[in-house]
Design a protein around this ligand. Structure first.
Ligand code: SF4
Length: 467
């Protein structure tokens, strides 16, 4: 994934806002962080590897070098950003969030036009490089962004810093949010509104799908009006958005509480306590417990002093070790208990099975799992989203392959119909594989109800290929 933040300040220095505003996107990526500021006709940028240290720790000592009234910052899970581009359209810095399904085709096309890529340290041409290449083909920056929206298959929201202004563009289908904020002496643009309250910004409005605006210290000017068709990613609310953030007027924590309450209303079993798998399962669990009138407890606590961020190594063994070390079980809250856990989603299930075994070893009588969304069946083609990167890894797809005897091809439609016998059997097998007492998934229409948007305005591709 990734996230970005920009500030245009009427004072001489917006670097403190930029530092903390960008830092509030740290839950969206763990690989690279970067910032660029404009001052007196010059752009200064700094990029750091944040794999082993939080963004703020790396950048705080650099703040004196980043003084300037206007700047952009990014947390990225993929590439070195911001790029600094000198082209016939001027000197600009660029950050992007998204993914290009047709990256190979765009790259081939660029080579045929004699374009070369030499900017980043990545082994492959990155999304940001491809986007810069397309922007440079426009008659001006706005025409270039129009080309990005037209040609890129996938998703791309971006911030571009040039000549004392920020150009902000939301993805064509609005899959990721881009939100404007105002303070007396500055304007800001963010993906996560949780960046605003502590910096004293107030939300002014969200960009619509495909909208492009120019942000200056004096105000905001629309350069390309929004389109009507919205397909915002439903996973923002279910999993990766920060609880204090709000998109399309719907707060994340509030959605999670509603989602848990809806799950509770459909429940048929009795348990002694409800819990949420930290962190994103907590909001769902609290909503469930409140609705069911069952105590919410914490049979696992996260060791926050040294595991504060969602650090996720690429190596599966290392990932399992990190997941295990982060959570400490409390045997006194587990022994002899029938426990119902709320979780954002079940991906591969490997770490979850380890958690379930530990619960039974600590004396749990029953362990039930209630994911806040339907079974994941498809990889995300729009964002670089780790929850559903490889379809073959998804536990539901593995179970379906066993049930149908077909490892390849699309899953049958019954796998998306919660009232079908096929779906029931699939859940039974998933529970057996994870050694759970039971698993019951949130229905897709209940997920949309919890979000508060019609299904037709959400991207739900991960679950039913509608997006
Ligand atoms: S495919 Fe899934 S993760 Fe990707 S945008 Fe759609 S809902 Fe979000």
């Amino acid at each position: 994934m990734g996230g970005f933040f920009g500030v245009a300040s009427a004072t001489a220095d917006g670097s403190s806002d930029l530092l903390y505003g960008t830092d509030y996107h740290s839950h969206l990526g763990t690989m690279r962080g970067g910032m660029a500021v404009w001052q007196d006709g010059r752009i200064t940028r700094i990029i750091h590897d944040i794999t082993n240290a939080p963004f703020r720790t790396k950048f705080e000592p650099e703040q004196p070098r980043l003084r300037g009234p206007v700047g952009i910052g990014v947390i990225s899970d993929t590439d070195d950003q911001p790029l600094s581009i000198r082209s016939r359209l001027g000197h600009y810095a660029l950050v992007t969030v998204g993914a290009a399904r047709n990256a190979a085709e765009l790259q081939r096309d660029a080579f045929q036009r004699g374009v070369h890529f030499a900017e980043s340290r990545a082994e492959e041409v990155t999304l940001t490089e491809l986007v810069a290449m397309m922007i440079n083909q426009g008659t001006d920056l706005v025409d270039g962004i129009r080309l990005v929206h037209e040609r890129l298959e996938g998703s791309c929201s971006l911030l571009l810093l040039t000549d004392g202004t920020i150009v902000a563009a939301r993805d064509r289908w609005g899959r990721t949010p881009v939100i404007l904020g105002r303070r007396e002496d500055a304007w800001a643009v963010t993906m996560e509104t949780c960046a605003f309250p502590n910096l004293d910004f107030e939300v002014v409005r969200e960009l619509g799908p495909g909208e492009v605006v120019r942000v200056t210290p004096q105000g905001v000017e629309t350069l390309v009006p929004p389109s009507e068709t919205l397909r915002i990613c439903a996973f923002l609310w279910v999993y990766y958005g920060y609880p204090a953030s709000t998109y399309e007027g719907r707060n994340v924590e509030d959605m999670r509480n509603r989602s848990g309450a809806i799950l509770a209303r459909r429940e048929t079993i009795e348990v002694d306590e409800v819990a949420g798998i930290p962190d994103s399962g907590v909001g769902h669990g609290l909503g469930y417990a409140a609705e069911a009138g069952i105590p919410y407890r914490r049979p696992f606590v996260k060791y926050t002093p040294t595991w504060p961020r969602s650090f996720m190594p690429q190596d599966p063994n290392e990932r399992s070790r990190v997941a295990r070390m982060k959570l400490i079980p409390i045997a006194d809250l587990i022994r002899n208990q029938r426990i119902l856990f709320c979780e954002d989603s079940i991906v591969r299930g490997t770490q979850l099975r380890d958690t379930v075994r530990r619960l039974f070893r600590a004396g749990a009588r029953e362990v039930h799992m209630r994911p806040a969304c339907p079974p994941l069946l498809f990889g995300c083609p729009f964002l670089n989203f780790s929850r559903s990167r490889s379809e073959l890894d998804l536990i539901a797809r593995r179970v379906i392959a066993h049930m149908t005897g077909q490892a390849a091809g699309d899953p049958p439609s019954e796998a998306m119909e919660p009232d079908s016998a096929f779906f029931e059997e699939m859940c039974r097998r998933i529970a057996a594989e994870l050694e759970l007492t039971s698993v019951r998934y949130q229905r897709i229409e209940d997920m949309a109800t919890a979000i508060g948007l019609p299904l037709g305005r959400l991207c739900t591709y991960c679950w039913n290929r509608c997006g």
